[in-house]
Design a protein around this ligand. Structure first.
Ligand SMILES: [Zn+2]
Length: 85
């Protein structure tokens, strides 16, 4: 298997985990009856965890590239680009 193909399958698996997790979070929020500000805090915390999870696996959460190839201005934590402007 080429390095590129290996990278592709790793990011594919990460994104599958992410999509699955996002579905769980959505269901949880729907069931919880949280207020809007609670939802936002909850989703923020989850996104932080996801960014850490991607970083631990060597990928940037924002652009889905390998960390070494990422040229995001704020790699790993580019979750609120509008606030940093
Ligand atoms: Zn990036």
């Amino acid at each position: 298997m080429s390095l590129l193909a290996k990278t592709d399958s790793r990011i594919f698996n990460l994104l599958q985990t992410y999509n699955h997790s996002r579905e769980n979070i959505r269901l949880l929020i729907d069931l919880s009856g949280m207020s809007d500000y609670e939802k936002i805090g909850f989703i923020d915390a989850w996104q932080e965890e996801m960014a850490d999870f991607f970083a631990r696996n060597g990928f940037c959460f924002a652009c889905n590239r390998l960390i070494e190839q990422c040229d995001c201005e704020e790699p790993i934590r580019p979750l609120h680009p509008s606030r940093s402007a």
